[in-house]
Design a protein. Structure first.
Length: 231
């Protein structure tokens, strides 16, 4: 039993610590759709990569400390925590910053690998979600009056959301104001409504946007012309 614990259980626990740290980082990075990010192929690979490095760190510490079957459980768990958390810290370390010929600064060290991994996840998630986002926005915001929606939907956003920061709300307002200032001859009102839908989708998520738009659709739809054509 002790051999199994030394060779399998404790490294797995250390790997689980690293896997969890990687998953939490994805949760923090992709706040609008964290579960889709974590359970995507690339998200799982990122967390698994963190877990493997943490398990390796535990085995390295176990070897350095001359671990044996007689090592107390608390010491083993200490190695698990040290290996799991320490590996995460090392992975995100920057040894030095190099300046390229074009003036761009690049961090050299294990952090570069992590950043590259996250950039790939960014791109893959965008590619996977682009069609779904397009379909959702065009279905929900079709025939929605932009000027009605920017007031009604924005008000519901401010009242319902509790975790949205002031900076996020400020960015949202600036984007909406820029849409509002754009001449209708340059961007049609329907196109403005679609863009408003994308901004809201980024901020509140698809489920909340669907609920609010369906709830107030009768009030938000474009009304008939004041003097309809007579047959």
């Amino acid at each position: 039993m002790n051999v199994f614990w030394d060779l399998a259980l404790y490294p797995l626990l250390a790997g689980l610590v690293g896997f969890s740290i990687g998953s939490v980082e994805l949760f923090q990075r992709y706040k609008t759709e964290p579960l889709r990010a974590v359970f995507s192929l690339w998200g799982l690979l990122f967390s698994l990569f963190n877990g493997i490095v943490s398990a390796g760190a535990y085995l390295l510490l176990y070897t350095w400390s001359a671990g044996s079957d007689a090592m107390p459980v608390l010491e083993q768990l200490n190695l698990v925590a040290t290996g799991g958390i320490g590996a995460a810290v090392v992975l995100r370390a920057k040894i030095f910053t190099a300046r390229l010929a074009d003036g761009q600064e690049v961090a050299v060290g294990p952090d570069y690998v992590v950043r590259t991994f996250l950039d790939v996840i960014d791109r893959k998630l965008d590619q996977a979600r682009a069609r779904a986002r397009y379909d959702a926005v065009h279905e929900l915001m079709k025939d929605i009056d932009f000027r009605k929606a920017k007031l009604k939907l924005s008000a519901q956003l401010y009242l319902a959301m509790q975790s949205v920061s002031e900076d996020e709300i400020g960015d949202f307002r600036r984007c909406v104001d820029e849409l509002d200032r754009t001449d209708d001859a340059v961007m049609e009102p329907q196109e403005k409504s679609y863009n408003l839908g994308y901004y809201l989708l980024d901020l509140v998520g698809e489920d909340f946007l669907k609920h609010v738009v369906k709830e107030y659709r009768d009030e938000l739809e474009v009304g008939p012309p004041a003097f309809p054509d007579r047959v």
